[in-house]
Design a protein around this ligand. Structure first.
Ligand SMILES: Nc1ncnc2c1ncn2[C@@H]1O[C@H](COP(=O)(O)OP(=O)(O)OP(=O)(O)O)[C@@H](O)[C@H]1O
Ligand SMILES: [Mg+2]
Length: 265
């Protein structure tokens, strides 16, 4: 398997204050489904955003497609970012616009300025957007306003939009934090299925340890900006989980669709 993304000695401090990411080195392979867990403030969002350069790391390199993204700017950076899809906690849809158009927005980064200004999508893009909506179970919702959909449905629109971008890597920051356990399960199923079918590496931040165990091929535990666990779901024992969340046990949110009761309560 080829490494698609390599972080080497990445650190981040905001405004020169203390480091919120400390010497993080990680390699990711094609098609991996990685879940990052850790208490609030551990640096999960910072890590995700340092990957696609929404936040610039203070130190270290982020190698994607063989390029160090931390050295790129302008058009060269945007070209690489176009191959990194992003799924957000609050979906980031345009509510008054149709579901189909929201998905098509995924193509904007790769279109000419004029085509994107006038929304001139190719027939192929429209065909693919429709096929993706079918795949995520929303073919009946295509022409509805996005804000008339449920949270779980809106998140699936967000995922379809990110996939239409044809990414090699998909980042998701707390994609199920605003959803009830049933909708969360459908959204995680959708992410996992698409990642598998299309061979796209996925890096997902989650608070729900039970969901992490259930869906991840690999789990990374982050604590005060440092990697404290990196392994398979099977290797993440209850003791290690308790250590990662020490003093913050209430944040593990073991109330989702997991197979076990909250053993830490
Ligand atoms: N823009 C910013 N400016 C200054 N400090 C920040 C900024 N963004 C985050 N931080 C700080 O960096 C640390 C890590 O924050 P981050 O949002 O990455 O954590 P997180 O693990 O995603 O937490 P949560 O689970 O609550 O989303 C926190 O101490 C936070 O206060
Ligand atoms: Mg966060």
């Amino acid at each position: 398997m080829t490494d698609i993304l390599k972080l080497e000695h990445v650190s981040k401090s905001y405004d020169g204050s203390g480091k919120v990411l400390r010497d993080v080195s990680l390699h990711f392979q094609e098609g991996e489904f990685v879940v990052i867990i850790g208490p609030s403030g551990a640096g999960k969002s910072t890590l995700i955003r340092c990957i696609n350069q929404l936040i610039r790391p203070t130190e270290g390199t982020v190698l994607f497609n063989g390029c160090d993204l931390t050295k790129l700017k302008g058009r060269a950076l945007r070209r690489q970012q176009a191959e990194i899809g992003m799924v957000f906690q609050n979906y980031n849809l345009i509510g008054r616009t149709s579901v189909l158009k929201n998905v098509l927005f995924g193509r904007l980064g790769q279109m000419s300025a004029l085509d994107s200004l006038f929304g001139r999508y190719s027939q192929e893009d429209i065909r693919q957007a429709m096929a993706l909506l079918k795949k995520v179970g929303l073919e009946d919702q295509m022409f509805k306003r996005a804000d008339t959909l449920s949270g779980g449905q809106q998140q699936r629109v967000g995922i379809a939009r990110a996939i239409l971008q044809r990414p090699r890597l998909l980042l998701a920051d707390e994609p199920i934090a605003s959803l009830d356990p049933n909708s969360a399960e459908v959204v995680m199923d959708t992410l996992q299925q698409l990642s598998r079918d299309l061979g796209i590496a996925c890096i997902v931040n989650l608070h729900q340890v039970d969901f992490a165990r259930r869906y991840a091929s690999r789990i990374i535990g982050l604590q005060t900006g440092q990697i404290v666990f990196d392994g398979t779901p099977e290797a993440l024992t209850d003791e290690i989980t308790a250590r990662i969340y020490k003093g913050r046990e209430e944040q593990m949110k073991l109330n989702g669709a997991g197979t076990q009761e909250n053993v830490y309560a």
